[in-house]
Design a protein around this ligand. Structure first.
Ligand code: 5MM
Length: 338
């Protein structure tokens, strides 16, 4: 399959992306919240339980893995990428090396990982990866994000994307404007506009074929400490407007991050966006917490109760699959939970 077809397959037909690429430090935080020790076997057990779930076939087009996971063999025989392929999904890999303080603007970060990337991409391709992910992070405050952070992160994202396409894989471009803070929805709209503009400016300079990319953005949403509440309808309207104005129409797929929204909020907001989607973009999810939070809780209760862990994951995958078609409802949420 060529990269343009892969990009569509990851987001089409009511499917989305499972972000299971937590680095060892991030999964440690998640496991701590459920009192599970951060051992390799526990990480493998949790992830292979998700990847074996029945909902994978209908609702998951791609899975983003971490370096450790893509190299693991399941306790059932096949390797992790083989298990994902067997479920009809495409294995992908997070290739950034995380955020580091940005020299000259130390309260902000720049994402690193370009050194040696060309060689690492060859290795990941041989392991079965057909798409990759790189996440840039921007925080909002009175003085941030600075143009230095917007420009340096966009430059890195574009150099990453160009290398990934050279290696015949699809780059997911993830510029995440964080929800942390007390800013309102308007501020999020403005900052995301600036961030997206600079990203596509750099992607063009680096001759990235946009038809072979997927954008993973934040929704346009008020900060988590903002006093003014916003309806899902307003979030959907502002988000779609921002995407229409700032994302070139060649981009085939837009797969949102959940960014700290609750599982239900993430489904509800995605659903509202799809209800009014009058663009050609395939609009779907690329959720980490938004897909895994309930399953993680069940894993914490009893790691051996595979049925309950998978039941929780199947439910969230189905709900988000419906949201990606604008067919989710609060009632369906309750019916299935009951
Ligand atoms: C799953 O978390 C991903 C990896 O984070 P670290 O590199 O910091 O360990 C993260 O990039 C994730 O893919 C996105 O932020 C989306 O996840 P959420 O939880 O926001 O949907």
């Amino acid at each position: 399959m060529n990269i343009e077809d892969i990009a569509k397959k990851m987001c089409a037909n009511g499917k989305g992306i499972l972000a299971a690429d937590e680095s060892t430090g991030t999964i440690e935080k998640r496991f701590k919240s459920i009192n599970v020790e951060n051992l390799e076997i526990n990480r493998l057990t949790f992830r292979q339980t998700l990847f074996n779930s029945s909902a994978m076939k209908d609702y998951i087009g791609g899975v983003i893995l971490f370096d450790e996971t893509i190299k693991q063999k399941t306790t059932l025989g096949p390797t992790i990428p083989e298990l994902i392929q067997k479920q009809g999904a495409i294995p992908g890999i997070k290739v950034d090396k995380g955020v580091k303080p940005l020299a000259g603007s130390n309260e902000e970060t720049v994402t690193e990982g370009l050194d040696g990337l060309r060689e690492r991409l060859k290795e990941y391709y041989a392991l079965g990866a057909r798409f990759t992910k790189w996440r840039a992070v921007y925080k909002i405050s009175d003085k941030y994000p600075s143009s230095q952070s917007i420009k340096s992160n966009a430059h890195a994202l574009a150099r990453y994307a160009a290398l990934v396409q050279e290696a015949q894989m699809v780059p997911i471009v993830e510029p995440e404007v964080l929800m942390d803070g007390s800013h309102d929805i308007e501020k999020c709209y403005q900052v995301t506009t600036n961030v997206l503009n600079e990203c596509y400016n750099e992607l063009n300079i680096h001759k990235v074929n946009l038809k072979g990319t997927v954008l993973k953005p934040n929704m346009i949403i008020p900060g988590s400490k903002c006093k003014n509440e916003c309806s899902s309808e307003e979030i959907a309207k502002r988000t779609l407007d921002c995407l229409k104005k700032n994302v070139p129409s060649e981009v085939p797929g837009i797969a949102f991050l959940s960014g700290g929204q609750s599982e239900i909020e993430a489904s509800k907001n995605l659903n509202e966006i799809n209800k009014i989607n009058d663009t050609n973009f395939l609009i779907t999810f690329s959720y980490g917490r938004g897909l895994q939070a309930s399953a993680l809780k069940e894993f914490g209760k009893n790691q051996k109760n595979i049925e309950n862990i998978q039941k929780a994951f199947n439910h969230r995958a189905r709900m988000n699959g419906l949201s990606s078609k604008g067919k989710w409802s609060e009632n369906l949420e309750k019916e299935t939970a009951a």
